[in-house]
Write a protein that binds this ligand. Structure first.
Ligand code: PMP
Length: 618
């Protein structure tokens, strides 16, 4: 049986349980006459990891006799399948298509297993638990153990253990251990003595707050256990996209398993479940951004689509010849191209606020650009190429003074800083789900209610209309009028779960940890000969862009990749700002709250080796 791997926690737990159970069984088939069986060394090690599972294993162990029931239990566990590290699913389903077809004897056996399962479930599980489809499968295991559990106390104990390892219940609330972990934020914090990096005190980088237990967080992200080129993966490409916690993966799976339907229009139960889940996600986003109502939240594909939506709807309706649009030199192409296109169509003028040599917006220059012709200002809260945090509140206030509307690109900020759209007073704000531990293909446009209401839709189609005749169309109010067609329902739900997850950990806690980690990384990289950091703003987050004298950015990226360290090298879809520094590309490690000091040490060590000519890619 495949050992521990990167899939659902229940699969892992069941696999571990199976390993414990079968490792503990004597090879000669003699069994457990003496009650609790003395475990093998491997089983003992596993037991140390998971006391609860050992209890379950020992309960089952005491009552299962080989070979028939062991084989049956084995089959039940195999039905759960596992996915091996190579990421190729290795369960019975994928390796043996004949698994789908039973012969007559197997059909009989399957029927009796189902009977046992149902009986055991009704005896031992609460009606609510018994109704849970995933738990039904687990109950198959319970039934095998249950046949032999005589004492009510043990039945109860087994039931409790199984319940605590249940997957996701029908109410849509994940109840697996990962979710429970995330639900208990104190789990993520260490006391003062336990700071995750030994040298920080001496560097004066430790804050007085309880240290963030990064290893507890990492356990929530299965992909972080991946190995790349024989090395543990160090995911330092978070500005490009972030990894997903198990709760998000589970939530999407739960949606497709129990709720999948198109939304809003049908009269049936699943449409109601899907609509509820989707609209709940909208509320979660509104709450996360401190919007005044969920009606201010439009689901889109990502930041790029959100900016295009504003440019192609509000922009085309409100910007005319000689009007001015102000952006900054820091912008991602997604916040340049739609405005340049709009200017080309309307005859408006694009003005660009410069930055200083540290990558900070020159506020005086920015202020000088603003005038009564300025209809729109659009800028990033955090630069994806440099990590600069712009003084957003001040810049918004200055733009409003001349009557301009302001769009804030929060693609790089929401996963690092607390964002409050009411305090910022921006007119629109955009972000992408995939950069904040949620799925790809889903993102958010926040817009002030009165602006969204006054804006004609961009795309036409289903979902966004109230009434259609061949003569006239009446649109839905916002946000529906901006969500034409069938949207990315499941991933909106997944995004809601990602935001809830992040909120449980607390963005201020994330910000504090990342600030210390970034400070540590900057100091360490600065110590490397020939390394030039690009973007040295006093206020910055997450991003560490650099070039290394005598080595191309591609070579540095390749050396890091060989060591299992994922960074981006290139222009980061922000060519103007790199050219401002005389560059076409940089190496860009970027941090998230699950990165560690050890990963920074590995990064620095590989860059040092490249610099010393110990690793070459020529
Ligand atoms: N703005 C910024 C600052 C970004 O970093 C990105 C993505 N790199 C985008 C916009 C575009 O995001 P997406 O590709 O998810 O639409």
């Amino acid at each position: 049986m495949t050992t521990n791997n990167t899939t659902l926690p229940d699969i892992e737990q069941l696999t571990r349980l199976a390993n414990q159970l079968f490792t503990a069984l004597p090879c000669d088939g003699s069994l457990l006459n003496a009650g609790v069986h003395a475990a093998s060394p491997q089983a003992t090690t596993a037991a140390a990891e998971s006391g609860k599972l050992t209890q379950l294993a020992s309960l089952a162990e005491r009552h299962i006799e080989p070979p028939v029931e062991t084989a049956e239990l084995n089959k039940l566990l195999a039905n759960y399948g596992t996915v091996s590290r190579s990421s190729a699913p290795s369960n019975t389903l994928t390796t043996a298509p004949s698994f789908y077809f039973l012969d007559a004897a197997q059909q009989q056996q399957a029927l009796s297993t189902v009977e046992l399962t149902v009986k055991s479930a009704s005896q031992t599980l609460s009606p609510q638990s018994a109704a849970t489809a995933d738990l039904d499968k687990v109950t198959g295991l319970s039934s095998l153990a249950g046949q032999h559990v005589e004492l009510p106390a043990e039945t109860l104990e087994l039931h409790k253990l199984l319940a605590s390892h249940a997957t996701v219940n029908r109410s849509g609330i994940p109840s697996n251990p990962v979710a429970e972990t995330a639900a208990n934020p104190t789990f993520y914090f260490l006391d003062a003595q336990q700071h995750p990096h030994r040298d920080l005190n001496t560097l004066g980088l430790v804050s007085s707050h309880a240290a963030f237990d990064v290893h507890a967080v990492r356990r929530d992200f299965p992909i972080l256990r991946e190995r790349v080129n024989g090395q543990p993966l160090a995911w330092l490409d978070n500005a490009a996209t972030t990894q997903k916690p198990q709760v998000v993966i589970d939530r999407i799976s739960e949606f497709y398993s129990h709720e999948n339907s198109n939304i809003h229009r049908a009269a049936h139960e699943l449409a109601a479940r899907a609509t509820d889940a989707y609209e709940k996600a909208r509320k979660t986003v509104a709450n996360f951004l401190h919007a005044s109502s969920p009606e201010e939240i439009v689901f889109v594909r990502g930041s790029t689509e959100a900016i295009n939506l504003v440019a192609k709807s509000w922009g085309q309706q409100n910007i005319g010849k000689d009007d001015e649009i102000v952006i900054t030199w820091l912008e991602h192409h997604a916040n340049i191209v739609p405005w340049k296109q709009l200017c080309d169509v309307t005859g408006a003028v694009l003005r660009v606020a410069p930055v200083d040599d540290n990558g900070q917006v020159l506020l005086d220059e920015y202020t000088r650009l603003l005038n009564p012709r300025t209809k729109l200002v659009s800028f990033t809260q955090v630069s994806n190429a440099l990590g600069t945090i712009t003084p957003a509140q001040e810049m918004i206030e200055l733009a409003h003074r001349v009557g301009a509307k302001v769009l804030l690109d929060a693609a790089q900020s929401v996963s690092h800083l607390s964002v409050d759209v009411q305090a910022l007073n921006c007119d629109w704000l955009v972000f992408s789900g995939h950069k904040i531990f949620g799925p790809t293909g889903i993102g958010v446009l926040y817009g002030k209610a009165e602006i969204l209401e006054a804006t004609q839709p961009w795309q036409g189609g289903g979902n966004m209309i109230e009434d259609v005749t061949f003569e006239r169309i009446i649109y839905q109010p916002a946000p529906a009028r901006f969500e034409a067609g069938t949207g990315n329902i499941a991933d909106a739900v997944g995004l809601g779960t990602a935001l809830e997850y992040l909120q449980r950990i607390g963005v201020p806690n994330v910000a504090r940890y990342e600030h210390e980690l970034l400070g540590y990384a900057i100091e360490a990289l600065r110590g490397i000969n020939g390394l030039r950091l690009i973007g040295t703003a006093a206020e910055k987050t997450s991003v560490l862009s650099f070039v290394l004298k005598g080595h191309s950015t591609e070579d540095v990226g390749a050396a890091l990749n060989k060591a299992g360290i994922a960074v981006r090298s290139g222009h980061h879809c922000a060519q103007p700002i790199l050219r401002r520094f005389g560059l076409e590309s940089t190496v860009r490690p970027s941090l998230a709250f699950y990165n560690t000091y050890e990963e920074i040490d590995r990064l620095v060590s590989v860059v040092r080796q490249v610099q010393a000519g110990q690793i070459g890619f020529y």
